[in-house]
Design a binder for this molecule. Structure first.
Ligand code: GDP
Ligand code: ZN
Length: 344
């Protein structure tokens, strides 16, 4: 890369990792451990429209007399959590990069299955290990209730995904979570506002590092600053809480849907047509399973809706591309997709 070479001749590029985004400015921890607030090199933003996110490995320069560093290059991401930019028509938005695990948090006493399915799709799509954490277990009516919900969620997520149960007033419950964030590992925590993510982080860290906020009925108007940050777990790795993630629009999601709905994709292998859309085609094994009661109509509807969301998004991207006068298409035909196995 031209810029990097130039910099290497004169000054020196320093390697570091973005550990926080603060009012748009990435905070970079250098290999030596010191923290530098940075801005992006114009070439990154203007050219490729690239912006560093939490977890990104970057190369920075610190021009003489400057109090801020300049991010000159962002290393390729091993993993990225991507959703559709809620403010744009058809653009992706990366929320975090280079993590090993995604925790999906849902309140045990109030699991939202439809939201959980969507969260699982996004989590699986990253290729990271996925763990479901059922929070606020103390709000359950009884031990039986806890077991019943856990079993229900386990049935939904499949045998390969761990399902943990935590409660703020049971410090021991967080240990299973801690064990999944060993030294060198980074985990990302997603879940609706108010499900107890900050409380979990505080339990992991052992102090009030994340400000918790009482939940408001409308879920809006939280006064806490929303910043994404890599928080060090004492004796372990890092956890990134993703507050303020209200919309979870799908971006690329075929692999994620395949993993989150592997039961349906397995059924679909028996559909008469390879590109069956499970709508009104004859010989559809998926609809047959709904009719026989093997597959719940809600889960089928949810699958179809998420699929449709990706189809519409692809159409819009195609259209945007056509309007820009490009021709190449990244749209994959449904028939060429192979059902993927669940990843561990
Ligand atoms: P976040 O928005 O996901 O970060 O959620 P918070 O951690 O801020 O928690 C939202 C609310 O739920 C706060 O009032 C917490 O005190 C409460 N809360 C968090 N964890 C628990 C728990 O285990 N049990 C109970 N009863 N309340 C909890
Ligand atoms: Zn079918």
């Amino acid at each position: 890369m031209a810029i990097a070479e130039e910099m290497n001749e004169g000054g020196r590029l320093l390697k570091g990792q973005v550990v926080k985004l603060d009012r748009g400015y990435p905070l970079v921890r250098l290999a030596q451990g010191n923290l530098v607030r940075c801005e992006h090199a114009t070439s990154l933003v203007k050219g490729a429209d690239l912006r560093a996110v939490v977890g990104d490995f970057v190369e920075i320069s610190i021009p003489e007399g400057h109090d801020k560093g300049i991010i000159e290059a962002i290393e390729p991401r091993s993993r990225a959590f991507v959703r559709k930019d809620p403010t744009e028509r058809a653009l992706p938005q990366v929320l975090a990069a280079n993590f090993d695990r995604v925790f999906v948090a849902q309140p045990l006493a109030d699991v939202n299955v439809r939201r959980l399915e969507r969260e699982l799709v996004l989590a699986y799509e990253t290729g990271a290990d996925v763990t479901v954490v059922l929070t606020k277990a103390d709000l359950a009516e009884s031990e039986e209730h806890v077991t019943e919900v856990r079993d229900r969620v386990k049935a939904l997520v499949g045998p390969d995904v761990r399902t943990l149960v935590v409660s703020e007033n049971d410090p021991a419950s967080i240990e299973a979570v801690r064990a999944l964030v060993p030294a060198g590992a980074t985990a990302v925590l997603i879940g609706k506002s108010g499900v107890g993510k900050s409380s979990m982080v505080n339990m992991l860290v052992g102090s009030e590092i994340q400000e918790t906020t009482p939940v408001r009925e409308d879920g809006k108007g939280r006064h806490t600053t929303v910043s994404r940050e890599m928080v060090a777990v004492p004796g372990g790795g890092f956890i990134v809480d993703m507050p303020g993630v209200r919309g979870l629009g799908l971006w690329e999601a075929d692999a994620g849907i395949g993993a989150a709905f592997s039961d349906i994709e397995t059924l679909a292998e028996h559909c008469r047509f390879r590109d069956c859309r499970h709508a009104d085609e004859p010989g559809c094994a998926v609809r047959a399973a709904v009719e026989s009661g093997e597959l719940s109509p809600e889960r089928y509807a949810s699958y179809q809706a998420l699929k449709q969301e990706t189809v519409e998004l692809r159409d819009r991207r195609e259209e945007a591309r056509r309007m820009r006068g490009e021709k190449a298409s990244d749209a994959r035909k449904p028939s060429s997709r192979k059902p993927k196995k669940r990843k561990r």
